[in-house]
Every structure is written in C-alpha cells, then in structure tokens.
Ligand binder design. Structure first.
Ligand code: HEM
Length: 506
C-alpha cells in the first residue's frame, strides 16, 4: 500500500472521528446537560432500548439533569423537556416550526402518498388532512356514534355475566380489548366482527392488530438502524432493505401487520364506494363521515390518504382506549372510597336508559375528575408526544437546529409537585383536577393543534363503559394486599393484566 493511501485512510478516519465527536458536543456547546454517551453508534438509544421502560428512563434522567436536557439518537440531538414554558413554545406558540413528529421507518416504507394525520410530517399535507378529519370527530358527530358504542357496551356487560360468577378472579383487560376492537370496527367501518364472542381468538382483525402492538416496530433491528441513519446520507437504505425483505415475505412483524391491515381496509372502502347513495345516507360510521368530509372539502384526500386515515383510526383507537379502561378499573378496585363516590354520582345523575352524550360528557363531573386522575398517573401513549424542528430557531433562550427532535417527558410533567400540588403527586386524588392548573400540565392526549383527534371519542367510550360497569357491579381487587400492576412499554405503556373480582350490586 502506498504512503498516500495510508495517509488518506488516516485522514478519513480522523475526519470521521472529528465529525462524530463534534456532533456529540452539540449539547455541551450550548451548556445543556446530557447523560454520558455510551455508544457512538446508537448514542443514548442503547440505554433507552435496554431500559425496562423508555419513559421511566427519561423520567429518571430528568430527575438527574433537569427539565431541559439533551440525548442523542445515533448522532441526532434530541431535547428532552418537561419545562412547561418550553413545551408551550414548541406545541403552541412556535407550532409552525414544530409541526411534525419523528419520521419512523414505517412512515418511510409506506411513503408520502400513504401518510395519515398521525404520520404526516409535511406541514401542508398534515393541515389538509386534519382540516378534513376534524369535523368527523366533533361533538355532534360523536353524539351520532354513541348508540353504536352503547350496543357494544351492552354486549360487554352480557359477556361479563356469562364469563364471571361472583368471586371469580379474572383478567378484565383482555375483555376490554375485545370491547374496544368491537367499538372501533363498528364505529369506524360499520362492521360487526363478532369479536366479543370470539372465545377461540380466531378473529383475524384482532390478531393482526395485536401483532401491530405486540412489539414496538421501532425496536425491530432494521427500525433501530433506521433511527440512527434517518438523518444521514444513508436515510433511504433501511426502507429499501425492508421492501426487499417484504418481497421475501418475512412474517409476523408489526410493519407486515400494518401492510396487511391496510390492504384489507382497502376492501371496506371499495365496498362502500359501490353502495348506492340512499344506502350510504343511513350509515353512521367514521368511514362514511370521512368520505362525506372528503367530498364536502375542496382539498380532496387521495384514495391512499383516506385508506391510511381509516387504518390509523383503527390502530390508534383500539389499544389506547382498552389500556385506559384497564387502568381505570385497577384504580377503582384499589380505591373503594373513590369507587363509591363515582357510584353515588351515577345513581344521582345517570340511568342506563339515559345514555345521552350530554349526561355522559357533562353531568358526570366526578367521573370526569376520576378519569383525568387515572390518565395523569398512567399516561399511555407518551412516546408519540414529540416534535421535529423544521427550521432553526430559538426557544426559551435555547438555539435549536433544524432536524433536531423535541421529546416531552410526560411522566415528569404529570408528576411535577409544583404543577400538581399541594397533595403529594404519588397520591391518587381526583379532586386535584377541580383546581385550575396550567393547561399544559395535563398531556395524556398531547397538546396544541396536533392533540389527539380521537380524545372525545375515547372519553365517551371510557365513561359510558365505566358507568354501566360500576352501576351493575362492585369492583374488587384480586388480592387484599400488594395489589399492583405490572406494566410494559411498547408503543403504549400498558398493564400486562388487570385482575379483579366483580360482585353484583343489589
Ligand atoms: C385513551 C385513549 C387515547 C390516548 C391516551 C391517546 C393519546 C394520543 C396522543 C398522546 C397523541 C399525540 C398527540 C400529540 O402529539 O400532541 C395522539 C394522537 C392521535 N390520536 Fe390518540 N389517543 C387515544 C385515543 C384515540 C382514539 C380513540 C383515536 C381515533 C378514533 C385516536 C386517534 C389519534 C390520531 C389520528 C392522532 C394523530 C393526531 C395528529 O397528529 O394530528 N386516538 N393520541
């Protein structure tokens, strides 16, 4: 080897080390604290992926490094924030510069034409979709869906009577999953999948959606590599490899389940478009509402965008809501006094025949405080509460470079004594929500213009189900001592199981 080649190799090596070193100085140059970097390839991702819980790890670092600190995804800087003013700047005041979330491998594989309102990272695209979809989730439209949800809850109650006899301990979370799947399939596509009666676990949609959530698709090997190459010249390499892999049909990955579901959702839309106008008029589901919204809007959605949004409603509406119901039930079993207060309120203001939207959403004020406290203590989908910086800017005195990422540490916000005192933040206390708090202190559904579009839908479903359940049954913990939940974090932070006993109220 000539001396020139050796020098060249050394030069390239030196230059690469210099560039990487320089990248890792991003936060120290800005006097922002940063945990030690243990992997020059993955940055802090190796710590986060090996931690039991991604969100707990961020929360732990916040306690060590403060309410604004930095970590690296590969060499990409990520601001982890729980400072309320910083959050307000990003999510509201400077939203135009932070309109998108992290772009994942799934987004890249599906491509721009398949973006939905959750994944769209191009401002115009997201704005157009959100504008078209917002009316679909309005209070008035939710009112129309309430009877359908009620039908599903009635089946749920029926299943409870046949599956449980007094005193039997059982995992109610499993039954909630079937309920929310039934609700979303009926409300979104008007189809009765019979999933609540599917005792042999044969429902294919249920199976595919479970696969979708079984593993965090962002932790698959290729997705991990994508996370570190996404903002380098190698950005397209992982999507290309994935497509090749798909060609050779690798089974059971969440992305495969995603593609399978998309292909089958397509059939529903096709079927709906062949129906006569007079048939469609009698249909009250989200799909039809979306189709109507598309036609009444001059910025039309592409058929692929419509499909992708139909899919995201199914995916986002299932796991999150069943998990919220699981946590609510756990808290009711644990705090019998609070359960009695919810029950008393129901006796006073609600009857099974009066399932009006206004009663459920406005009259049950203690139920509202209770659900809020559950979601404060058990926020579910907090990894998605992130924003990407699309233009260099200054936020609260910090210079933020284009392409860096902002991740909100929601756990630290929800457990901040200054925001949630004077009662200790580890105490379950629904009443604390009666006091006026900073609007961004409560972020289970995110915040700002990109807040969860299905929030109203989810709350309606949760409250209606709890109203029926608490009126009919006394919920008891499965054990009198050490009644605890084991949780695991994939895309959502979910309990493994929620064991309870039910006793019929007289
Ligand atoms: C308890 C239940 C739910 C929780 C905790 C939850 C949580 C969240 C969170 C944290 C976000 C991110 C918001 C942000 O970045 O600021 C989000 C976005 C979203 N959620 Fe939900 N969600 C729930 C139920 C639902 C339901 C039932 C649907 C649909 C029917 C839904 C559809 C969506 C969509 C489409 C987005 C993306 C909105 C956008 O980017 O414009 N979610 N959700």
């Amino acid at each position: 080897m000539s001396i020139i080649s050796i020098l060249l190799i050394f030069f390239i090596l030196f230059l690469s080390i210099y560039i990487i070193y320089n990248r890792f100085c991003y936060f120290s140059k800005r006097s922002i604290p940063c945990p030690p970097v243990r992997s020059i390839l993955f940055g802090h991702l190796s710590d986060l992926w090996s931690a039991k819980s991604y969100s707990e790890q961020l929360h732990q670092w916040t306690q060590q490094y403060g309410s604004v600190y930095g970590i690296f995804e590969g060499t990409r800087p990520v601001y982890v924030i729980s400072d309320i003013n910083f959050i307000e700047e990003i999510f509201i005041k400077q939203f135009a510069r932070f309109h998108s979330r992290r772009v994942t491998l799934t987004n890249r594989v599906l491509g721009e034409k398949n973006f939905n309102v959750l994944t769209a990272h191009i401002s115009q695209l997201w704005k157009k979709q959100r504008k078209i979809l917002n009316p679909t989730f309005s209070g008035a439209k939710m009112r129309r869906l309430l009877p359908t949800i009620n039908t599903c809850v009635n089946i749920f109650m029926e299943r409870l009577t046949t599956q449980t006899t007094d005193g039997t301990i059982f995992n109610i979370y499993k039954i909630y999953k079937r309920l929310t799947m039934d609700v979303i399939c009926r409300c979104a596509f008007g189809i009765d999948t019979n999933v609540q009666y599917d005792v042999y676990n044969e429902n294919i949609y249920m199976k595919k959606v479970e696969e979708l959530f079984a593993k965090d698709s962002e932790r698959a090997f290729l997705a991990k590599i994508h996370r570190i190459t996404a903002h380098t010249l190698l950005t397209n390499i992982c999507p290309i490899i994935f497509r090749l892999k798909r060609y050779f049909r690798t089974k059971n990955s969440p992305i495969q389940a995603n593609l399978w579901l998309m292909e089958h959702m397509h059939e529903f839309i096709q079927q709906r478009s062949t129906e006569e106008d007079h048939q469609k008029k009698s249909i009250d589901d989200l799909l039809q509402l979306m189709i109507d919204a598309v036609h009444s809007n001059k910025d039309q959605l592409l058929p692929t965008e419509l499909l992708s949004n139909v899919f995201i409603v199914l995916a986002a509406g299932y796991e999150t809501t069943s998990t919220a119901l699981g946590y609510c039930t756990y808290r009711l079993a644990l705090h019998q006094d609070i359960q009695e207060k919810v029950y008393e309120e129901l006796r006073e203001h609600w009857s099974a025949n009066d399932n009006s939207y206004d009663t459920i959403m406005s009259k049950l004020t203690y139920m509202d405080l209770f659900v809020k406290e559950v979601l404060r203590m058990h926020p579910i989908a907090i990894q998605v509460v992130n924003r990407q910086c699309n233009e260099d800017t200054n936020v609260a005195g910090y210079d933020i470079q284009k392409d860096s990422l902002i991740q909100v540490d929601v756990l630290s916000v929800h457990y901040d004594q200054d925001l949630w005192g004077p009662e200790p933040v580890d105490e379950f206390c629904p009443e604390r929500h009666s006091d006026k708090r900073h609007p961004l202190a409560f972020m289970p559904f995110g915040a700002g213009p990109r807040i969860c579009i299905g929030m109203r839908f989810a709350l309606m479903e949760i409250k209606l189900c709890l109203a029926q359940l608490i009126s009919a049954y006394h919920i008891l913990p499965s054990s009198s001592e050490g009644y605890k939940l084991n949780t695991e974090e994939q895309i959502v932070i979910a309990p493994e199981k929620v064991f309870v006993k039910l006793e019929k109220r007289i």
